[in-house]
Ligand binder design. Structure first.
Ligand code: GCB
Length: 600
């Protein structure tokens, strides 16, 4: 929209939303050139006038919706289109903004045949002003072309490999190689909506909080677009809607005596407490939730509100049957009920920013979040060049712009398991980490998730918290539970000798097929997963006396992966099945985490 902000669309006295979710018309471009849509200009007419179309739900990944394997595994351009009407009420002195909460990966958007915007990156919102392109006296149509091809400079990166031996491969054969262990679902994954604002509008809000001797300090800045507001009315409301502080300035510091702090689950009676910053800029009303809390990292501790926080966590995925990575309210609500059932106080958004609706549940339900970028699979020098760096920095800026006011976000993770043994990784990650720290107005801790050894990694010196993924007893010494404690112990010592920073184990886990049993245990059985986790817990219980500040199981639930000989219909390291039913290990984690939450 040309503005600086990316506020979540919220209705108010001055703002109205029209969702464009629903059934869209759809075509994948299977033409030999894979480019007919562009040469034939499919955006110039409603899609059904340029060829056959099928029905496609939005939001959803398109991959698992049809019976067509070629579409499930499609790489290239797909086209979405739908029509809509707008009432003439919307002509009256308003901006109308078209917003996509995410489309994977590269998108072109046209309104009534006119190009509106493009966006690169699959997990963050983009929007544009459309009032001058709309037809208020008849139908409108919106067309979206989306390409899911991943290249060495996309996040995540990927490569396409062509096979030209015609004795073995049919013409045009290629495979997409991905450095990542999850299915590359694609399509319009989150909401599409039109929303209005007045012509002078609240473009962005930045809120910082601090607590000193039982006083909460709320520092805010409001960016206004479209002109200079005639007046500004700002108030802080508590959960009951009572005004607890007020100002008439664009920037101010407000003091709240004895504030109710934002706490994660298990640390306090009150968890996830949210205030609202209510802004009225010349009649444009916007209500931004926020929490009052502090974060500080020491050599051995992660402090929230100056109290030691120990992360009892899981890593997740946006993944489910049929809808792939599509937003689904039933699924995300069920997931948060399961997080509470397990006693989880922290999640990592492995391996990309999640839907804002998920982040808002985390804010409200007191689940801390390690907010991870789509930087997964940065494993060679081609992924660490200038073009990659520029894009990575842009993605971090977009993430911070979207998530900066969320109290649940306690740390940024810029990448998962990059090859940080490379010389090129040093300038690359120094720049990304520094940019992230500087760009976040709250300067939250920054990290990346490391799977390299303490001897060979080169980037750990630049993080605030050391985050480690380890699979002793799984990928190494498969089946040998007896090595886990010792190897984990040496691993911790190796990192601690290098740098005195707190450590979180961000992944440990074993593939487990629900219903597979064997006593004594064997890999892939429910018994093995239980014993495997318990071996880690022994060492965690020792290390948390000193420097360990968190443990996170890989993974909350089973999830889909590409075809591969180590994956039987997906990665099975879930505590839950993909359908969210518990394996035996879920009860072990539930007992362990809830014992902590109950204070025992
Ligand atoms: C990892 C990756 C994660 C994989 C997991 C596994 O280290 O970060 O994306 O799914 O291991 O199960 O192999």
């Amino acid at each position: 929209s040309g503005g600086v902000g990316m506020l979540y669309p919220r209705d108010s006295e001055s703002r109205e939303t029209k969702f464009l979710d629903g059934i869209w018309r759809f075509r994948a471009d299977f033409s030999p050139s894979r480019n007919d849509g562009f040469t034939q200009e499919w955006w110039k007419k409603p899609l059904k006038e340029t060829g056959p179309v099928i029905d496609m739900p939005v939001p959803a990944s398109y991959n698992d919706v049809t019976e067509d394997k070629a579409l499930r595994d499609f790489v290239g351009w797909v086209w979405y289109e739908r029509s809509f009407f707008i009432s003439s009420d919307w002509t009256n002195n308003r901006r109308v903004v078209l917003r996509f909460d995410s489309a994977h990966y590269y998108s072109f958007v046209w309104i009534n045949g006119v190009q509106l915007m493009t966006h690169s990156g699959g997990h963050l919102p983009f929007e544009g002003e459309v009032q001058s392109l709309l037809n208020f006296n008849g139908p409108n149509y919106v067309t979206v072309a989306i390409n899911n091809t991943l290249s060495p400079t996309t996040l995540p990166p990927g490569t396409i490999q062509y096979q030209t031996d015609t004795s073995r491969y049919p013409a045009g054969y290629f495979v997409q190689n991905l450095q990542m262990d999850f299915f590359n679902y694609a399509g319009i994954h989150r909401h599409v909506r039109l929303y209005t604002t007045p012509l002078i509008y609240v473009d962005d809000i930045t809120i910082l909080t601090d607590v000193q001797s039982d006083k909460g300090h709320v520092t805010y800045t409001i960016d206004v677009g479209g002109g200079v507001p005639k007046y500004m009315d700002v108030s802080v409301l508590d959960v009951n809607g009572q005004v607890v502080a007020k100002s008439s300035k664009t920037m101010d510091i407000l003091t709240i005596p004895s504030p109710t702090l934002w706490w994660p689950f298990g640390m306090n009676q009150t968890i996830g407490y949210l205030y609202t910053l209510q802004v009225n800029a010349s009649g444009d009303v916007y209500r931004q939730p926020f929490g009052i809390r502090t974060i500080r990292v020491t050599e051995n501790q992660f402090l929230i509100n100056e109290r030691p926080f120990y992360c009892h966590g899981v890593a997740k995925h946006e993944d489910s049957d049929l809808r792939g990575k599509g937003l689904d309210y039933t699924l995300i609500t069920k997931d948060f009920n399961l997080l509470r059932w397990l006693g989880v106080n922290c999640i990592r958004t492995s391996h990309y920013p999640y839907a804002e609706e998920i982040m808002e549940l985390a804010d409200r339900q007191g689940v801390a979040v390690i907010d991870e970028s789509p930087g997964v699979g940065i494993t060679n020098d081609n992924n660490m060049g200038n073009e990659s760096l520029a894009h990575h920095i842009e993605v971090m800026s977009e993430m911070i712009r979207r998530d900066k006011n969320k109290p649940s976000v306690i740390m940024w993770s810029v990448a998962n398991e990059p090859d940080t043994t490379r010389l090129a990784a040093v300038p690359y990650f120094k720049a990304v980490l520094q940019h992230t720290k500087d760009t976040d107005p709250a300067h939250r801790p920054v990290t990346f998730v490391c799977d390299q050894s303490y001897a060979n990694d080169r980037v750990i010196p630049y993080v605030d918290v050391v985050c480690l993924n380890r699979y002793f007893g799984w990928y190494q010494d498969t089946g040998h539970l007896e090595v886990i404690q010792l190897q984990m112990h040496s691993w911790f010592a190796g990192f601690r000798n290098r740098t005195k920073k707190p450590i979180i184990v961000t992944e440990y886990g074993a593939d487990t097929v629900a219903g597979l049993h064997r006593e004594p245990s064997f890999v892939f059985t429910e018994e093995y997963q239980v014993e495997f986790l318990q071996e880690y817990h022994q060492e965690f219980d020792r290390a948390k006396q000193e420097f360990l500040v968190g443990e996170m199981v890989w993974n909350f639930a089973d999830f889909m992966t590409p075809d591969g000989i180590t994956r039987v219909l997906g990665n099975k390291k879930g505590l839950l099945t993909r359908q969210r039913q518990p394996k035996r290990a879920a009860f072990i984690i539930r007992d362990r985490y809830n014992a902590f939450a109950n204070g025992s």
